[in-house]
Each structure stands twice: as structure tokens, then as C-alpha cells.
Design a protein around this ligand. Sequence first.
Ligand SMILES: [Zn+2]
Length: 250
Amino acid sequence: MATFETEAVVLRAIRYSEADNVLTLYTRDRGRASAIVKGARRPRSRLGGRLQPGVVVRVTIAEGRRGLGAVRDASVIDPNAGLWAHATRLLAAGSVLEGALRTLPDGDPNEAAFHLLRNAVALLARSSAHPGPPRLDPLVLGAHVKLLVVAGLLPALGSCVSCGSIGTFPGFSASRGGVLCGDCSAGAEPLSRRGYEALAGLLGRPLSEARGACPPEAAEDVERVVGLVLREHLGVTLRSALSPEVSSRR
Ligand SMILES: [Zn+2]
């Protein structure tokens, strides 16, 4: 059976049968991929305990039928052990990994997406505690916004998508593809100025500076825009985020 070796971020590990796990990985060479780890949950498993969500590994995978490979070997590149030191860090990383799991396709390598994920989990594993819900940590929101970029889903933020004017944008429409000026925003979702500025800041700055780009009062607006885009283009609502309907009613 053909095998391949690649670096990967573990996105998810699910129990499968009595002793096996099925991993969803974001691989550097093949994009999202699924692979079974035989005997992963046996006490003396050589591989199982190390292959947890958020861990960066080098894996050898034997290709299998219907897209499910089998992990033959794995070595840890970065355990990101700090994720397990605080429950909030693990929840924050879980939100980013869920975003990747649900927005990036199988079998479509995307080097930028791989580096973004690897960088995001490393920053979260080493970051100081963030007050408030982990899903609203600017590091998490910054990773979600940058995931939109690498997935090719980023809405237009520079000018009104309806008339092209430049200025302030009190509206947002995922179906129309971006922000709207005051004259064109009837019926659109409201977008606060601080929410707009936080979106622009998170996009324009490296992820390591996300906490300086998104004040707490802008966080829910950013989350809502990301949620609207994912729902419009992929039909996806992240379980780790508040649904767009709930947050727009607040
Ligand atoms: Zn307009």
C-alpha cells in the first residue's frame, strides 16, 4: 500500500471501535486528511497517547480506501503541552481547530493554512490567560479571520460592495460579499465601527499581535461576521461559537 510522510496538526481524535482512534489531521502536503490509529487506546500504545488535538507531528500514513488512511508512524514536533495546563487554552485551541476542520477541504494542500494553524496553536499554548470566554480571545478570533483569508472566503472590507464608496461602513452582508456604506446598508447586518476596526486590525497584523488589535467590546462583532461568512459560503455554524442569530439579537 502506498505511504506518504508529512507534517500535520491534529485537529480531532475520535474513539473508534474498542481500541482505535480516528484522527482528522491538517497535513502540510495533502490538506485535511483522516487516518486511523490502530490500538491507540491500548495502555502500551506507542502512538496513541501522543496524538491529541493541537499536537504537531510528523506522520507516516498508509493510504486507504475511501480516504481513510492508517497511521504507521508518528513523531511529535511540538507537543504544545501548555494547552493542557489551562482548560481555557484547550477550549480556545478547540475553537481554532474546529474552524479549520470545517472550513478547509480534504486533499487540497494549502501551505499558508498549515502555517497559520501551527502558529495559532503554538501561540495559544504559550499565551497568558485571557479574561472572558475562550472563543472571544483575540488570538482565537484572529485565527478565524485569517482562516477566512487562506480559505479564500474573506469578504471585501475596503469599500462598499454595493456602490464602491469609501468611508464608514455601518452594514455587513455575507451574501453580497462585504461591508456596506450608510446609503446601501438597508436590510444588512449592523456592523459597529469598533467591530470593523478590529476586523481590519486582525487582518493587517500578525497573529502574535492579535490581542492588541481587538478590544473586548469588539470581539462579538468579529465573531458574528466570521459566523455569517461561514454560514453563507459553507453552510457551517461553529459549535464553539455563538450562532450569528443569537449574537445579532444582543
Ligand atoms: Zn454604498
